[in-house]
Design a protein around this ligand. Sequence first.
Ligand SMILES: *[C@@H]1O[C@H](CO)[C@@H](O)[C@H](O)[C@H]1NC(C)=O
Ligand SMILES: *[C@@H]1O[C@H](CO)[C@@H](O)[C@H](O)[C@H]1NC(C)=O
Ligand SMILES: *[C@@H]1O[C@H](CO)[C@@H](O)[C@H](O)[C@H]1NC(C)=O
Length: 240
Amino acid sequence: MSLMLKSIVSVALLLHASAAAPTSARSDKKCRVCGVSSAEIVLTGSTLPTPSFAPTFIGLGVGTQNYTCESTGTYTNVGALAELFDASCLYGTSSFTDLSSLAFRAWNASATSDVFESEAIISAARVITSPSESTLGQHYFVTNPVTGTGLSPKWDFTSNAFAGNPAAFVVGSKIDDVTAPSDTASNIDWLYLTNLTGALANEIYRIDTQGGQPPASCIPGSAEIFVKYTAMYWLTGGSF
Ligand SMILES: *[C@@H]1O[C@H](CO)[C@@H](O)[C@H](O)[C@H]1NC(C)=O
Ligand SMILES: *[C@@H]1O[C@H](CO)[C@@H](O)[C@H](O)[C@H]1NC(C)=O
Ligand SMILES: *[C@@H]1O[C@H](CO)[C@@H](O)[C@H](O)[C@H]1NC(C)=O
């Protein structure tokens, strides 16, 4: 085992050791998500609206934000790709509030930038979040399903938490976007979205962001870049 992998795994094990055993497994669901309907989202330091629906999923997102260099010499966001790990069973434990920053430290220190090829990160995150069945799904961008132009963010649980159920997704429409409460040069904005299509959630929050910001300037013509980030994604409402 490499030194790096060892340290990622030991951070993960430490985290897991301090987590209480899940108490409220959802018996009505195929996935082993703990019930989070009474979990309270902490929006301190941001002006995002409070949720109108009860939380249904809390995921740790580990991935990249993608940017291309404009002719003006600045980067523009052109999408993202992240793996979403179930964090619901950690809610209420001491690990929960630090999850995004601990995961970011491990992810940012790893040599690979492909989250799907990074077994070290995926297995570490699995250990962090819960011992098994802990991948909720993926977050990526698709063509806006309503207008047919431009990209929209999608949260897709059809391959993992609700494998085989083609309805287990939501495409979001961004309602609110505020700077992160700290280190805005490194940490991407916090977001509030509602469902444009899909019944997985009525609202989506991206909070506790770590990393993901591009350099302040670029040389026009340079290649697309992939900037590592982590965040907590809270989904509320929905019919799952
Ligand atoms: C974003 O980057 C990832 C690589 O990390 C890539 O797989 C994905 O297709 C990219 N998405 C977009 C919309 O550019
Ligand atoms: C990520 O790691 C690099 C070193 O590989 C470091 O320069 C950078 O500051 C780190 N990013 C953040 C946001 O901590
Ligand atoms: C949003 O999600 C709710 C709850 O699942 C669903 O009833 C509604 O149809 C969805 N809205 C759209 C536009 O898909």
